[in-house]
Design a protein around this ligand. Structure first.
Ligand SMILES: Cc1cc2nc3c(=O)[nH]c(=O)nc-3n(C[C@H](O)[C@H](O)[C@H](O)COP(=O)(O)O)c2cc1C
Length: 220
């Protein structure tokens, strides 16, 4: 698969086959992703790959925290409002997804169901947590985004599916304790990773993108 096809055909996968991914394939994904660029080559990324019983136990803990009504406290604050263009794109996503899947994400019942599915890592056999030193600046967060995209592309090129998940960082403190990540680190993102179940209707919905002239101006 060439780079352009890889970028254009990657999509978030929200139903996985239970079959585990061989360790050498997961290692290959990380070994590719670590070639991402970073500010002054600082490589400000660390990862934990979680599988098996430990992953199940973490899912259980997250679902219990949700069920108990514990207030989410992610290390990266969830946005409470959006500028108009971004807000309109969220509305568009929710509307098109509701039309395609029948799941209306503006309904709080569905939001809770959706969170639980996130916390189960959508049935994936592995989860990846990305974290970095909490004293690093926004540039390093930017670098982490590049690393995360490289993981997703390298996974896709190897026949794997992924979905980046802010939700699974909701209870950052608990996750860090569970994974023995020091408190001096910030939990940035979780990802589910595994073989995609392309038979599942949830994986047939594709998001679209804004027209290019909405995001680019040409000046000469
Ligand atoms: C930083 C970030 C956080 C995200 N958090 C979640 C999440 O918690 N749960 C989820 O199902 N999808 C999550 N997504 C996936 C986005 O919804 C998805 O990337 C977007 O709708 C575009 O769709 P695509 O990935 O299929 O191209 C997240 C994506 C990013 C980049």
């Amino acid at each position: 698969m060439d780079a352009i096809e890889c970028i254009k055909t990657r999509m978030s996968i929200r139903k996985f086959k239970s079959e585990p991914v061989p360790e050498e394939v997961l290692l290959e994904v990380i070994n590719v992703a670590k070639w991402s660029p970073s500010y002054k080559n600082t490589q400000p990324w660390e990862a934990i790959i979680l599988s098996g019983e430990k992953k199940e136990a973490l899912s259980k803990m997250l679902i219990e925290l949700l069920e108990s009504g514990t207030e989410p406290r992610p290390d990266l604050e969830a946005p409470t409002s959006w500028p108009a263009p971004e807000g309109a794109r969220i509305d568009h996503l929710f509307k098109t997804r509701a039309a395609a899947t029948g799941v209306d994400l503006s309904d709080p019942v569905n939001v809770k169901k959706g969170k639980k599915a996130n916390f189960r890592f959508y049935g994936a056999p592995h989860a990846i947590y990305l974290f970095q030193d909490a004293s690093l600046t926004l540039w390093s967060l930017f670098d982490m985004g590049l690393f995360a995209q490289s993981i997703m592309l390298a996974a896709h090129a190897n026949g794997l599916g992924t979905v980046p998940q802010a939700f699974v960082t909701d209870y950052a403190q608990d996750v860090k304790e569970f994974l023995s990540i020091p408190d001096t680190k910030r939990l940035v993102l979780g990802l589910s990773i595994g073989y995609p179940d392309m038979e599942s209707p949830v994986n047939t919905f594709r998001t679209d993108r804004a027209q290019t002239d909405e995001i680019v101006k040409w000046i000469a």
